[in-house]
Design a protein around this ligand. Structure first.
Ligand code: ATP
Ligand code: MG
Ligand code: FE
Length: 343
């Protein structure tokens, strides 16, 4: 089965074609980051308009790359939520209409299920059941995964998501949006022992997270090291970035070990934009080993938003006989625990 995947939930237009026998045939991405960075964050109306401008050209591009025509497709998967309503509407209406015109089924995909299944696109993928750490711009969740659509939320952030915390800390250091990758790059040159930031909520039992306090800590540390012109020297910037990254990574590792202990499972997958973070991958690799478990993640370009994860997730659901009706489904809020299992 060949499925076209469409992702337009936020500021990335992602399109891909996944073949259940041959794997991923093509994928293309257009990021609106440059446009939004002028405003320091995503401007919803501009995002919707840019998806309209880019979606059809990207669909043509992946078809050409895979040397296929629209009539070679067996299904269309589109992200139906959670996300920005206007942005979601672009992918949902295009995907739904395309499938209807072609006389093939369409499937509404949950964006976080897409992220969660992205490691399945790699060689040597994990097998169910496993624990998933979803760390993205809008989510920080630990989920027990028994199968596709069988999700038990073990814990989540009570305030900011991990990616959001990276972006806000970056803003306080005067870095561009999105700041996660910029903090990570700075941190590589930082002295990780100069500042020590707290590891929020690790001193009590449970799998909940809280990252909002770290941005205050970042701001206070930055302000304490400004010169008369309000500038912070390069080394101090790098040291603060390293301390911040360490605090987030350490906190995530502690909770991941706890989740493995609590569930008795021996596989941890990490997904979402922050799972591209190299320091997180290294630290978790070591933490997971101490539990006698294995760590899995997607290649970096499939950690952040992309069409491949949507094509993959949609294909699994279509293969199981699921399909969406003719409603153009776009749900800005959509709890993942309400999804249907595939069998
Ligand atoms: P959600 O998936 O929750 O709806 P989103 O789609 O906006 O949110 P993603 O695209 O999965 O989020 O990830 C983007 C986030 O990942 C941003 O907050 C970004 O700063 C962060 N991020 C990306 N790369 C890195 C990195 N190397 N280190 C830390 N954070 C990173
Ligand atoms: Mg994004
Ligand atoms: Fe995302």
């Amino acid at each position: 089965m060949r499925v076209l995947g469409i992702e337009t939930s936020c500021d990335e237009t992602g399109v891909a074609i996944f073949d259940s026998e041959k794997g991923l045939l093509a994928d293309a991405l257009y990021s609106q980051v440059a446009m939004h960075s002028e405003y320091g964050g995503v401007v919803p109306e501009l995002a919707s308009r840019d998806h309209v401008r880019k979606l059809l050209p990207l669909i043509r591009e992946v078809l050409a790359e895979a040397q296929l025509s629209l009539h070679d497709l067996d299904g269309v998967a589109f992200t139906a939520g959670p996300g920005l309503i206007g942005a979601l509407m672009v992918g949902a209406s295009t995907g739904r209409a395309l499938a209807m015109g072609l006389g093939i089924p369409a499937i509404a995909v949950h964006h976080m299920e897409g992220h969660l299944l992205a490691p399945m696109l790699e060689e040597n993928p994990p097998s169910f059941p496993f624990v998933a750490l979803l760390v993205s711009g809008g989510h920080t969740q630990l989920v027990k995964v028994e199968g596709i659509g069988e999700y038990e939320l073990l814990g989540e952030s009570l305030d900011d998501a991990a990616g959001e915390a990276f972006d806000k800390a970056a803003k306080m250091l005067g870095l561009d949006y999105p700041g996660g990758p910029l903090i990570a790059r700075l941190a590589e040159k930082g002295d990780r022992s100069r500042f020590r930031f707290p590891r929020p909520m690790t001193d009590r039992p449970g799998l909940e997270f809280s990252f909002s306090g770290l941005k205050t800590f970042t701001l206070n540390t930055a302000n304490a090291h400004r010169d008369e012109q309000g500038q912070i020297d390069d080394q101090t910037m790098a040291d603060i970035a390293a301390a911040f990254e360490d605090a987030v990574v350490d906190t995530l590792s502690i909770k991941c070990r706890r989740a493995l202990q609590q569930t008795g499972l021996k596989q941890l997958i990490i997904a979402g934009g922050v799972s591209a973070n190299r320091h997180l991958r290294l630290k978790l690799e070591a933490a997971v080993k101490k539990e006698g478990a294995e760590l899995y993640y997607a290649r970096a370009k499939f950690c952040t938003d992309n069409g491949a994860m949507i094509a993959y997730a949609g294909c699994q659901r279509l293969l199981a006989g699921q399909a969406s009706d003719l409603t153009i489904l776009a749900k800005p809020r959509w709890p993942m625990e309400t999804l249907e299992p595939i069998s």
